[in-house]
Design a protein. Structure first.
Length: 294
């Protein structure tokens, strides 16, 4: 029995509809669910990525500190076991800035110049790093003077140095024992053989300094064991609340800080807001590795 023409047309239309692909898009609810899933995954992954980045920066920082310490050791070996001179703000050029020699391990006074009418050229010039006493011993690779976690620029761009030297190391001008408020009588390290107390493995030489605190290449520590031993310079906490150190025996390490005055965020201000503040746990740790009684 033949189908009625109307039934044939109706069947054909149904076949056409079933043969067409389903071109519907996401509904609003489906789209929101997808967005929510992506946000959850991002929230799970970002902390891991941040930790991985911080770890990579820490490894790079330690490598830089070890290279600086090796350069110091090579300079010392070539100069009758005399350590590079650490003159701080007393470091001067001999013969002018172009091609002159520098009578200190490094020179230049860094600052935050963001509100100044002109940029501080010491912030960005690498000449002061290359011409210092250890400049040739790092093959003039000035990147080793910079911690990768110190990434806030000054007025003229990224600053070139984030490290300073222990004030008692290379202290030919006897500055460290005469910092304002310091109790004198602490040993200076002028030659490689002077690292007997606290010992080469327990005496730090170069550290990452807080970007708000750094100025010249000398890092001072008041040594008396009481609350008057406030910060004069402040170590960096840019590695997730920690800072890097090199030691006289050649090793380097990252120190996790405990006190709030050490862990304060970088404010891009001079002078450092934590100067003249007391951090009992962290200052004690640093004193034990800075010098010893004469």
């Amino acid at each position: 029995m033949l189908a009625h023409p109307k039934e044939l047309k109706s069947g054909a239309r149904a076949h056409e509809r079933s043969a067409r692909p389903d071109t519907r898009g996401f509904t609003l609810i489906e789209l929101l669910v997808v967005i929510a899933i992506i946000a959850i995954l991002a929230a799970m992954l970002l902390p891991a990525l941040s930790r991985a980045k911080a770890k990579a920066q820490g490894i790079s920082c330690l490598n830089n500190l070890k290279q600086l310490q090796l350069a110091i050791a090579m300079y010392t070996s070539d100069n009758n076991e005399k350590l590079p001179e650490n003159r701080g703000s007393l470091a001067t050029w001999e013969g002018g800035i172009m091609g002159g020699s520098l009578n200190a391990w490094v020179a230049g006074t860094l600052s935050w110049d963001l509100q100044a009418g002109y940029p501080n050229l010491d912030n960005t010039t690498t000449l002061l790093l290359k011409a210092g006493q250890i400049g040739s011993y790092v093959a003039k690779q000035t990147g080793v003077f910079k911690c990768p976690a110190d990434n806030l620029p000054g007025k003229g761009g990224p600053r070139v140095r984030s490290v300073s030297m222990n004030a008692f190391v290379g202290d030919v001008a006897n500055i460290a024992n005469h910092i304002a408020g310091q109790t004198p009588g602490w040993r200076r390290f002028l030659r490689s053989g002077d690292f007997t107390l606290p010992g080469a493995a327990n005496t730090w030489v170069v550290l990452d300094e807080c970007p708000d605190s750094i100025n010249d290449g000398l890092f001072s520590v008041r040594m008396q064991p009481d609350p008057s031993a406030k910060w004069t310079d402040v170590p960096a906490s840019t590695h997730g609340g920690a800072g890097g150190f090199s030691f006289a025996d050649g090793h380097a390490e990252i120190k996790k800080w405990r006190d709030a005055n050490t862990l304060a965020p970088v404010r891009q201000r001079n002078p450092c807001p934590e100067n003249e503040q007391y951090s009992p746990n962290d200052i004690t740790w640093l004193q034990q590795r800075t010098s010893a009684k004469e």
